[in-house]
Design a protein around this ligand. Sequence first.
Ligand SMILES: [Zn+2]
Length: 441
Amino acid sequence: MSRRRPVAPRTARRTAVLLAAAALGLAACTAGSGTSAEAPVTLTTTVAPTADPTTSAAATTTSEAPSTSTSTSTTTETSAAPSTASASASATSEAEATSTVAAPVATEVWPDNSMVPHIFFHSLVVDPERAFNDAESGPGYLDYMATQSEFAKILDQLYAKGYVLVSPHQLATVETDGRVTPKPLALPVGKKPLVISIDDVSYYEYMDGDGFATDLFVAEDGRVRNNYTDARGVTTQGSYDVMPMVDDFVRAHPDFSHEGARGVIALTGYNGVLGYRSSPSEYAGKNPDLDADIVTAKGVADALKAEGWEFASHSWGHINFTDSSLGGIQADTAKWKADVEPIVGPTDLLIYPFGADISGVPGYRGEKFDYLKSQGYSFFFNVDGSVPAWGQWGDAYLREARINIDGISMKAAVEGRQVLGEFFDVTSVLDPQRPASIAGS
Ligand SMILES: [Zn+2]
């Protein structure tokens, strides 16, 4: 994993986080997540420490949980998301008998689409015994991963709290001239929008045998499932990671998804995607099944998109956009577009590895942004685990912060940080197979 070794970061704390991750060969999307709630993370650690805190949008939102009821909200009557026709409805008229009909649902427009909570995960630990006790990677898994059992409980609690999955593309429109404008988001009264994303869904080589699923595939029924090999070497097919678990949950609770939204899958390219060693730049001449794997991976991506999932670039090489030169970003972007885009299609979503943004709180300007915009990116996501939501509208972009859900953030919650309590009760979620230390660092 030496190719992903990050450039020396700017603060001692962040140095420790990144070096630990690099030493473990882990995809540390959560750099900075261990800080206290009074110190917004991404926006102060990824830039020179000259940002005036009084201009910090994050700081102004520290204690402001999103509210579904404001004076600017409008309440309207609309049809709910498509559902199976009810017998009573279909009997009322011929028109209704041939279409799906749902009872009207009172909705209200979310007041500010830049203030939509966004939580993210990595691939789930299926076997905590193997993952957490792995001599090389165990501490990193404790830091950066949640377990299958934790995620199942989190889903239940998110739903019980009234969250509903939305897509970034339901928050803003990218106009033909490149401008990004708010899009009205009407949710059932009492529901709260939530974006989820999953980083590094490659089932990296270093994870092999450590108690994770090994890939995603399209099952005979058309649904996307995981292959998982247990400690005895027995492989089973089922829902062993975020994507199929969310799909199962939405089937049981259709109102957990707003108009079909699922989540955003953030992909690198250096180990291929979705469990397939599918990147020609890395595996040509090394993977004898390269061509077939590309075809298979594209089938999985197509099935995920049909279900409502979306894909983001997470850079090809898990690079640090703060520290990388423009030339480095250009070279990496070209590799992503060569290796990954043919499989998942073009995307306007960019999820920064390490949460390392190209700019601090001041709005985007300059050559890095101009280049990324020219490559089609209009939605940008960093990491800030200190506030329930943070966002910024630019003329040509929407930038939002994401909250890491992992051992680091759950440990911080147990020690008193308030943010995760907006979404679930950490104590009741924690996997009993986690050690008392919760995290690994
Ligand atoms: Zn990552």
